[in-house]
Design a protein around this ligand. Structure first.
Ligand code: PBG
Ligand code: ZN
Length: 317
């Protein structure tokens, strides 16, 4: 076997999986209130961006070869019903418009569709009698997706794990004439401890209980396949598995079973663990990140949402 490992060029010749910059999607936090960027303490290297600095950040990403971003908004005002999530002049809506005006054709603009950053209780839907009301929430999610489509978003990413969300959003988009807006479904999104740093970053920690009545139990891989099957039936263009690292088996099964464009979300906790170990000098960051991202791609992911995107693109460039 060692004959084909002899030199870097031979190794390159026989390489089976090649991570590319175009596989990477950079998540961006945009906060309505900010006039300058603020570092996220739980995610070294990530910042909450002010609305005025997003274009500059996107420009840097494009220069480095990252051509896709997914937006997460942090609104000024939260309330019970998350009423600012679909505001025409909301922080995500304005950011989409800016990015499309500036970079149309050069940048894929995605936006997360959920309510947890917008609700005072921090849950991903409408709360009635202490429960997340599935069907009340559906209307809100469709309205959020349509409000993004109006500003020209390329892809919406429903992440609430509310049953029927893909169908309702597809219907809502089509009814309003946004037939070309694609849906990347957070199909198998698991209730995970690895979302912790994100919730600090986006101020979206639930005030009571947890998300286990809507996000998946990580002990159920067959159920993950049923979730993906449903989302595909309902009109998903891309299916996502989330998180990535403890879920490589799910990524592989989803890819093999459905042959769909498949995304993996290398989430905040996975990012911050690497950053922490690298800071301590316990691992070499660059080689660890490239190994992790290649592993996720090897498991079957066609694209990877990752906070490492900008740095990894530099290393790959
Ligand atoms: C919103 C959302 C979350 C993440 C992506 N979209 C948080 C959550 O579900 O609590 C997590 C991403 C990450 O940890 O990087 N529903
Ligand atoms: Zn949510």
């Amino acid at each position: 076997m060692r004959r084909l490992r002899k030199t870097p060029v031979i190794r390159e010749l026989v390489r089976e999986v090649q991570l590319q910059r175009s596989d990477l999607i950079q998540p961006l936090f945009v906060e309505e209130d900010l006039t300058s960027d603020v570092p996220v303490s739980t995610m070294p290297g990530q910042r909450r961006l002010s609305p005025s600095s997003v274009v500059r950040e996107a420009n840097t990403l494009i220069e480095k070869g990252v051509k896709s971003v997914i937006l997460f908004g942090i609104p000024r005002i939260k309330d019970e019903n998350g009423s600012h999530a679909d505001a025409a002049d909301g922080v995500v809506q304005r950011t989409i418009r800016q990015l499309k005006n500036e970079f149309d054709g050069e940048l894929v603009v995605m936006a997360d569709v959920c309510m947890c950053q917008y609700t005072s209780h921090g849950h991903c839907g409408i709360v009635r009698d202490g429960q997340i009301d599935n069907d009340e929430t559906l209307k809100r999610l469709a309205s959020i997706a349509v409000s993004y489509a109006r500003e020209g978003v390329d892809i919406v990413g429903p992440s609430a794990m509310i049953d029927g969300q893909v169908k309702t959003i597809r219907q809502g988009l089509d009814d309003q004439g946004f037939k070309e807006t694609a849906i990347m479904a957070y199909a198998a999104k698991h209730a995970s401890s690895f979302f912790g740093p994100f919730r600090e970053a986006a101020f979206s920690k639930p005030e009571f209980g947890d998300r286990r009545t809507y996000q998946m139990d990580y002990s159920n891989p067959d159920e993950a396949l049923r979730e993906a099957a449903l989302d595909i039936q309902e009109g998903a263009d891309i299916v996502m598995v989330k998180p990535a690292l403890a879920y490589l088996d799910i990524i592989r099964r989803v890819k093999d079973r459905f042959s769909m464009p498949t995304a993996a979300y290398n989430v905040s906790g996975e990012y911050s663990m690497v950053k922490a170990a690298a800071r301590e000098g316990w691992i070499d960051e660059k080689s660890a990140v490239l190994e992790i991202l290649t592993g996720i791609k090897r498991a079957g992911a066609d694209m990877i949402l990752t906070y490492h995107a900008k740095e990894a693109a530099e290393w790959l460039g």
